[in-house]
Ligand binder design. Structure first.
Ligand code: ZN
Length: 308
């Protein structure tokens, strides 16, 4: 049992250098921001298509969300309570000519021109399923509802680790309805998701989630997450062989969104919800780590499975 030649930080830096040198990703100017090559994007779309096929007949309507969501709905998800350090909102300019002149002067003088912006009615989406719940207020059909959704997520965590992108996509299968069905949705998808990722040659494990809740109150939330075992992750070696990365996660929200957004079951109780989210960029990166930067030389069965 030899010690790894590199620590996790050196491994992450080396993997990023390899991704940039291969042209699969292009540095977007700040840590955690990348432009994607055609080859990388084709892998992402292949993973998306593979997940979609696995959900065929049980996914419900497909919805594709933009990178921003209504700020009111964002506030009601409670994301700010748990992860204020990762969240972001959008500010805009709404002045007249005088304010515009002030803005241009600030820009010219290298001052902080964003001081002259004001909050808008939108925030950056925190999770792919978050924009869905506000649209479901009311009573669900008997048996609940399934949705297949995809959206961009924002996490302000600038890092040299390529798995920590500030903007990335999750492809999710969401159930909203009865408590028992929510749990079985999560459990069935956790198994199906792990099988699907394993079929691509990935070394996957299912583990209980250990989210980085913020601050003192966060320690309680983290302890509660461990005690209730509501969220699990499918992990694989991505930017480090030593420290595994979550490439998908399956989560029971109990009645949290049902209560907050006024979603009721046909029996009149607050709906429970559950989702599995496939982290599309992270899965693509896990595949690059496993099979190399030259996608054309990946095993034929993997390339076949990723046919979009
Ligand atoms: Zn979700």
């Amino acid at each position: 049992m030899g010690r790894p030649a590199q620590g996790p930080d050196e491994e992450r830096a080396a993997f990023r250098a390899e991704l940039l040198a291969s042209g699969l990703l292009v540095h977007g100017g700040v840590d955690g921001l990348y432009q994607r090559s055609g080859a990388f994007e084709r892998v992402v779309r292949g993973v998306e298509a593979l997940a979609s096929r696995a959900g065929h007949g049980r996914g419900g309507p497909q919805l594709f969300f933009p990178p921003i969501m209504a700020k009111d709905a964002f506030e009601r998800t409670d994301y700010l309570r748990s992860f204020p350090d990762l969240a972001g909102a959008v500010e805009v300019f709404n002045g007249g000519d005088a304010e515009h002149a002030e803005l241009l002067l600030a820009l010219e003088q290298g001052r902080n021109w964003t001081d002259l912006l004001v909050p808008s009615e939108v925030a950056l989406s925190s999770a792919a399923c978050h924009p869905l719940y506000a649209t479901l207020a009311g009573t669900l059909p008997a048996g609940g509802s399934h949705y297949e959704v995809q959206g961009y997520c924002f996490r302000h965590e600038p890092s040299i680790d390529p798995v920590r992108m500030q903007s990335f996509r999750q492809h999710e299968f969401v159930y909203v309805g009865e408590p028992e069905s929510a749990r079985s949705h999560r459990d069935a998808w956790l198994e199906r998701g792990a099988e699907l990722l394993e079929s691509l040659g990935l070394d996957v494990r299912v583990e209980e989630a250990n989210d980085p809740f913020f601050g003192r109150a966060g320690r309680m939330l983290a302890a509660n997450q461990r005690a209730t075992a509501l969220k699990f992750e499918i992990t694989a070696p991505v930017s480090s062989d030593v420290a595994r990365t979550a490439i998908a996660s399956a989560n029971c929200h109990e009645s949290h969104f049902g209560e907050t957004f006024g979603i009721r079951t046909a029996d009149g109780i607050a709906a429970h919800s559950a989702c599995i989210g496939f982290g599309l960029e992270r899965i693509a990166l896990a595949l690059v780590k496993r099979h190399g930067t030259d996608v054309e030389r990946w095993p034929a069965e993997v390339r076949e499975a990723l046919r979009a």
